[in-house]
Design a protein around this ligand. Structure first.
Ligand code: COA
Length: 348
């Protein structure tokens, strides 16, 4: 076994201040609180106000993760995002600069909703290889900036936010050590989740139309793939680690739809109380989804030190991935749910 491992040392998340409830959406679009709650489990989401972009939410989450780790410096920053501030350059160097982290290596990873797991695997591997002794891994997205204002399907689902983790070099036997990853992709289904325009392909073909800059998704096949890919990836990883599936204490899966979470839990044979859910309060926050759900679970005492935790993501690309760790003792600030109504009980 490798004598060096990346160990989770800090965790934090942030949500922008504008809360959009299902009723708010129903005033603008042909939808209802009843439809959105029943079909997705989502009751509200947060979006950025004008002037705030992905770098801004990433900085807020990054600062909270550094605080949680008691760290002022890291050797590396990896930002998972599919809504960078600009197509070029990457947003990570801007975030590193605004966090006062100095001239460290900083780059973006684009794997849509799997972005955080991919970024975690990248940073963990760089620590294990001795390229860095510590890293800040941020998942941040502001999908509200790329949604078609008239598309009730996507506007019901997506919210903005950022979540972050600090990793440090340690030993594989320590609690918090990242014990393994399972990552995959299937480019043959790239068109299921896409922003068609704005990239080199459309520009080189001269196809660009104004509406092509909006995010588009084929809900049904995405739903089916999300369940299969997350279940299979989780199963492959626990098998490789020699963990019986029932020994997993918490599954922190991508928060896309409560019915997807329930189906993945059922495929793995995990009872509902082991499946972490906070999507009722934040929606699908893309690369921020897993670290936001994990931060919430730790802050509310659902994930405790010693728990066997499985992280699992699925997203555009298609991409998927899982990561596993035994949870360490961390001090984590609760997520700022910005005056969420008291009656918002967790989805389960
Ligand atoms: N309000 C009311 N009706 C809506 C609606 C909304 N917000 N969004 C879609 N509908 C309508 C559709 O237009 C359709 O109407 P029709 O039957 O007249 O054509 C009907 O509801 C059923 O649509 P369908 O897409 O079949 O519903 P669904 O049960 O599959 O739910 C999703 C749609 C998007 C919620 C679901 O497919 C889903 O969650 N997919 C995965 C999305 C996801 O997780 N994406 C990110 C993955 S990383």
């Amino acid at each position: 076994m490798n004598a060096r491992a990346a160990v989770l040392a800090g965790l934090g998340g942030w949500l922008p201040p504008v809360r959009v409830t299902n009723d708010d959406l129903a005033r603008e679009l042909d939808t209802s609180d009843e439809w959105i709650t029943t079909r997705t489990g989502i009751r509200q989401r947060f979006v950025v106000p004008p002037g705030l972009s992905t770098s801004g939410v990433a900085v807020e989450a990054g600062a909270r993760a550094l605080e949680s780790a008691g760290a002022h410096r890291v050797d590396l920053l990896v930002l998972a995002t599919s809504t960078p501030d600009h197509p070029c350059p990457a947003t990570a160097p801007e975030v590193a600069g605004r966090l006062g982290l100095g001239p460290i290596p900083a780059f973006d990873v684009a794997a849509v909703c799997t972005g955080f797991v991919y970024a975690l695997a990248t940073a963990s591997s760089m620590i294990t290889a001795g390229v860095a002794d510590s890293a800040l891994v941020i998942g941040a997205d502001t999908f509200s900036t790329i949604l078609d204002p008239e598309d009730r399907t996507t506007r019901a689902i997506f919210g903005d936010g950022a979540g972050a983790a600090v990793l440090r070099a340690g030993h594989p036997a320590e609690s918090g050590a990242l014990l393994g990853f399972d990552l995959g992709s299937d480019g043959s289904q790239a068109d299921l989740i896409t922003v068609p325009g704005g990239g080199s392909e459309y520009r080189s073909k001269g196809l660009a139309e104004p509406g092509d800059a909006f995010f588009a998704m084929q809900g049904r096949p995405v739903f089916r793939n999300a369940v299969t890919r997350m279940s299979e990836s989780s199963q492959r990883l626990v098998r490789r680690l020699g963990w019986p599936v029932e020994s997993v204490d918490r599954l922190v899966a991508h928060q896309a739809n409560i019915r997807i979470l329930s189906a993945v839990g059922a495929d793995l044979g995990l009872p509902d109380e082991k499946v972490v859910a906070n999507l009722d309060r934040v929606g699908n926050t893309v690369a921020a989804s897993i670290p936001l759900a994990l931060t919430d679970a730790v802050a509310t005492g659902s994930v405790v030190p010693g728990h066997r935790v499985l992280l699992c993501g699925f997203g555009g690309g298609l991409t998927w991935g899982a990561a596993a760790l035994r949870f360490p003792d961390l001090s984590v600030e609760p997520l700022p749910y910005h005056a969420a109504p008291a009656e918002l009980a967790p989805a389960h």
